[in-house]
Write a protein that binds this ligand. Structure first.
Ligand code: HEM
Length: 424
């Protein structure tokens, strides 16, 4: 009998030892996939996570595969605990095809350069009054301080009313969504409660606005969210509109994670702090890109196999869960020379590819699920770096600066404390 050439020989996809590896993933969420892929000598390995068989993918070719919408779907991909806290149920993250493209347009339009300019102007203006408050206390924790700065700025930009006496409470609700969702049981339950409260807050503003009250600034982003339709032109339920408005407010406040990382990098690399003081926009962007590559934030992205297929000899079964290794690809020695060294120079004069530099996802942000907020993120980071270097004086007191790689998101243990803060 002669074997047909049509069928590539199936390679055995290595399986991780043990019954379920969820605890191993939680113990080292950022390095879990790349470590096991390296140990087993394959860019595709099979694990059992949260009791579900899951393909773990690393490497640039696997990233390209992951963004093929013919092969993978996002419907039902994110586990319920993540949808009930971080993303919100019914959000753009879990849509496919025409429904996804239609919803995505709201985000890509909102991030257009002319609107981004307004956000940056608002953020720069709100720095000074906040800096005066930080000056009043002997120590300021940058993580918390920058969250309030970002919350005040993004709500103002999006036309969401936020009275001063609600700033702390509302900021804390949004922070709980990304900072506690993947912690212990209590933290996770807090994140579920915070989601209910935050959705209720925004859904009420949206419903009142739909009834003709001027609860949202006219023509603002929140006003547009209140008028969001699905791809068949039906008005979205107010709760889903609130979920999507939160998908702008929450991640903007989460830029605080990268601002802390940037301050950490300025402290660890004083030669870069000196170079950036009064330095060029190009240097500042290269620094910010290296912060996004080097520091951990999102460990992996989930999807599901749409239908049976094989790739490089690995057989993927319809319905199987898949995780793409975000942190591992940003640290892959096949893509980055000395990946564990912090070297912003690597971004000067070179534009990263769509699948090898994926701190906020890969592919195309208009048609794929790639994050639409990358320009917002890099611009706010670059602004914070400039304001910290050129419009602030502070000292970095003795503290624990080690990055806690076993928490999500990973942060310096003391959240970056500054003392003797003074606006310049
Ligand atoms: C704080 C830094 C940020 C990080 C690390 C981050 C990371 C990510 C990642 C990994 C994804 C998933 C990509 C995928 O599924 O392929 C994503 C999606 C998304 N991000 Fe971001 N993001 C950030 C900031 C932002 C900002 C500032 C906004 C909006 C103002 C935003 C809005 C979104 C939305 C709406 C999606 C869903 C896109 C879709 O499913 O099509 N993100 N982000």
């Amino acid at each position: 009998m002669q074997l047909s050439n049509e069928f590539p020989p199936f390679r055995h996809t290595p399986r991780l030892p043990g019954w379920d590896q969820s605890l191993g993933l939680l113990a080292d969420p950022y390095r879990f996939i790349s470590r096991h892929c390296r140990l087993l000598g394959s860019d595709v390995v099979q694990a059992r996570l949260m009791l579900r068989p899951t393909f773990c993918l690393t490497g640039v070719r696997a990233a390209q595969l992951f963004y093929d919408p013919e092969k993978f779907t996002r419907v039902g991909a994110a586990p319920e605990p993540l949808r009930a806290t971080l993303f919100g149920k019914g959000s753009v993250h879990g849509l496919d095809g025409a429904a996804h493209l239609h919803r995505k347009r709201f985000f890509t339009a909102a991030m257009a350069p002319e609107y981004l300019k307004d956000l940056l102007a608002i953020a720069e203006q709100s720095w000074q009054p906040m800096a005066l408050q930080w000056q009043a206390s002997p120590r300021t924790e940058l993580y918390g301080a920058s969250q309030q700065w970002l919350m005040r700025s993004v709500c103002n930009w999006a036309g969401v009313p936020l009275p001063q006496d609600q700033l702390t409470r509302r900021t804390s609700q949004l922070v709980t969504l990304f900072d506690s969702a993947a912690s212990d049981v209590r933290g996770h339950l807090n994140a579920r409660v915070a989601r209910l409260q935050a959705e209720f807050w925004l859904a009420r503003l949206i419903m009142d606005n739909r009834r003709g009250l001027d609860t949202l600034r006219e023509r603002s982003l929140s006003w547009a969210a209140a008028r969001l339709t699905d791809n068949e032109e039906r008005l979205l339920p107010a709760r889903i509109a609130a979920v999507e408005l939160l998908n702008i407010l929450r991640p903007t406040v989460a830029v605080s994670v990268f601002i802390v990382a940037a301050a950490h990098a300025l402290h660890q690399h004083p030669q870069w702090a000196a170079r950036l003081r009064g330095g060029s926009v190009q240097d500042r962007l290269a620094f910010v890109q290296e912060v996004r590559r080097f520091y951990p934030f999102i460990p992996a992205i989930p999807a599901r196999v749409r239908h049976d297929f094989s790739w490089e000899g690995h057989r993927f079964d319809a319905g199987a869960h898949v995780l793409l290794d975000v942190y591992g690809i940003n640290h892959d020695p096949r893509l980055w020379s000395e990946p564990e060294a912090f070297r912003p120079e690597r971004f000067i004069g070179s534009t990263p590819g769509s699948f090898d530099f994926i701190p906020q996802g890969g592919g195309d942000s208009h048609t794929h699920h790639r994050c639409p907020g990358e320009d917002v993120t890099t611009s706010l980071m670059a602004l914070a770096v400039r304001l910290l270097l050129e419009q602030s004086h502070y000292t970095v007191p003795p503290q624990r600066l080690d990055i806690q790689m076993n928490r999500l998101p990973a942060l310096p243990a003391d959240r970056f404390l500054m003392s003797d803060f003074k606006p310049a």
